[in-house]
Structure formats: structure tokens, C-alpha cells
Design a protein around this ligand. Structure first.
Ligand SMILES: [Zn+2]
Length: 273
């Protein structure tokens, strides 16, 4: 599932073609991708609006419109956004076509349709935003803020890091990578993490997310950038997907378990104890 670096890459890729452009027409081909807003209202509120900015919040692309509404795209497993030239007919997986005044079209595609598209009015957007934890790449995210996010609850530190109410944007791949980098056992209770460990983990999260953005994200299976390409960070993963192979730091074998949160947890029993 695309996490912060993948969604940031998609937003950056489509941004130059969207900012300042007017949306002339909206064609919803698969209405089941829409949440909370029905097709006629979705089309009516979008047609004629102009794009003010394209950003990201947590694992979602956020398109801010001059009407004050925000188009929020959650890529899910196979959702993608691309801008295309020309008038070739949309393929079977295209869910929404946005025709722009530049003559280009923004396409939302989703093969499995686990993703979702929202159109939030200002009040709904504020509620949505408030419900999410801090953005790890913003200045205000400090080791102390991470320690605070880990303070409550007996849940495993890996689950706490992935909890979007505590910290935004980190999912299974980057939680595994950051905990390895910080030398922390992913099954440990979040509230037992010391201040020194929180500092290490904070540094690891920020560093790894930045590097992954520089590599245009991680493609394990479905993720594609906003220009339709594979990311590059999968070649740099230290533990994720490397079960049975030797740790790059201590040479123990990387272990795979599903005990912590039913997700794939990869860790090194040698240097994460
Ligand atoms: Zn190791």
C-alpha cells in the first residue's frame, strides 16, 4: 500500500499539470470509488473550479480547489493518478476522468478499487485533518513529539508508529525499515521506548522517508509514480522482503513474523534486541 514517499511522489508528479488549471468536465466511470458524495453532486461541485494547490496529507493526495473544497485521493492498493495528453478512450480500470482547460486530462485509475476518492467541504476537511497525527517531515515533528505519540498504550511500538492518529504517513514497509535502522525490537511496548531510543527512531523515520522520496518510492508490486513508472527504493530496503537473508549490520538472518499485528514484520534478532 502506498505510504508517505509514494503518495508524495504522485502529488509532485501531477502538480505541475494541475495548479492554476480549471477543471472543465468530470466523468465518473466507476461511482463506487466515491465516498460520502454521490456522483451528480461530485460532478457539479468540481466542474468549473480551479486547482489552487496539490499536496499530501498522511497517505493521501490532496487537491485544493478555489471553491474551498478538497479532493482527497486515497490510493489504497492499486489507485493511481496520471496526467495524459490526447483523447484516447479510457481503459477498463479508469474510474474518473478530469478534463482540464489545458487540453490535458487527469486520470484516476484503480484496478482493484480498494482506494477511495472524497470531496471534502472545508468543515469536513478540518475534521479529517484534525484526526490525523503529525506529519513526520514537518519541522514541528521532533523527537519529543514522537516520544509523546508513543507514550500511551501497551501496543507494540511498530503498531504505534503505523497508527495514523499518532503519526501520519508511515505504513508497514517504512515502520519495518525505521525500527531496524534504530535497532529497536518491533514487538516492544511503545510506552517502554526510552528518550534516547525515541531520538534514534525519530532520526531513522525522517532519514528513511526522505531517501525514499528521493528514490521516488518503493514498488513491491502495484505502486506506480504519477508518471506511470516504478519507484526505486525497493533496491535499498534493509529488512522488508529480506527474510532469511543476512542483516547488513550484524549478519544474523532476517526473520519474518506475523505475530505482532497480522502484517508482515521483518526484523533482525541480532541487532534489534
Ligand atoms: Zn542485525
Amino acid at each position: 500500500m502506498p505510504e508517505l514517499p509514494e503518495v508524495e511522489t504522485i502529488a509532485r508528479d501531477v502538480r505541475p499539470d494541475l495548479v492554476g488549471r480549471q477543471i472543465l468536465r468530470v466523468i465518473v466511470l466507476k461511482p463506487d470509488i466515491l465516498r460520502r458524495t454521490r456522483r451528480p453532486e461530485f460532478v457539479r461541485r468540481l466542474e468549473g473550479t480551479r486547482v489552487e494547490s496539490v499536496g499530501r496529507r498522511a497517505k493521501h493526495v490532496v487537491v485544493t480547489l478555489d471553491s474551498g473544497d478538497r479532493l482527497v485521493v486515497q490510493p489504497g492498493m492499486t489507485g493511481s493518478l496520471t496526467v495524459v495528453n490526447g483523447t484516447a478512450p479510457p481503459d477498463a480500470y479508469t474510474t474518473i476522468v478530469f478534463a482540464l482547460d489545458s487540453g490535458k486530462r487527469l486520470l484516476h485509475r484503480d484496478v482493484r478499487r480498494i482506494g477511495a476518492v472524497y470531496l471534502h467541504a472545508p468543515a469536513a476537511w478540518e475534521a479529517y485533518d484534525r484526526n490525523l497525527g503529525p506529519e513526520p517531515l514537518e519541522r514541528t515533528f521532533t523527537p519529543a513529539r514522537l516520544a509523546e505519540a508513543l507514550r500511551n498504550g501497551r501496543l507494540a511500538v511498530k503498531k504505534a508508529v503505523m497508527d495514523q492518529h499518532r503519526l501520519a504517513g508511515v505504513g508497514n514497509i517504512y515502520a519495518n525499515e525505521a525500527l531496524w535502522s534504530a535497532g529497536i525490537d518491533p514487538s516492544r511496548e511503545a510506552r517502554g521506548i526510552t528518550a534516547a531510543e525515541a531520538r534514534r527512531l525519530h532520526g531513522a523515520i525522517v532519514r528513511i522517508l526522505r531517501r525514499a522520496i528521493a528514490s521516488r518510492g518503493t514498488t513491491v508490486r502495484d505502486y506506480r509514480t504519477g508518471t506511470g513508472e516504478r519507484g526505486g527504493y525497493q533496491r535499498r530496503l534493509a529488512v522488508y522482503g529480506r527474510a532469511g537473508r543476512s542483516c547488513r549490520r550484524c549478519r544474523w538472518r532476517i526473520v519474518l513474523t506475523h505475530v505482532i499485528d497480522a502484517r508482515a514484520t521483518y526484523f533482525c534478532p541480532g541487532c534489534q534486541r
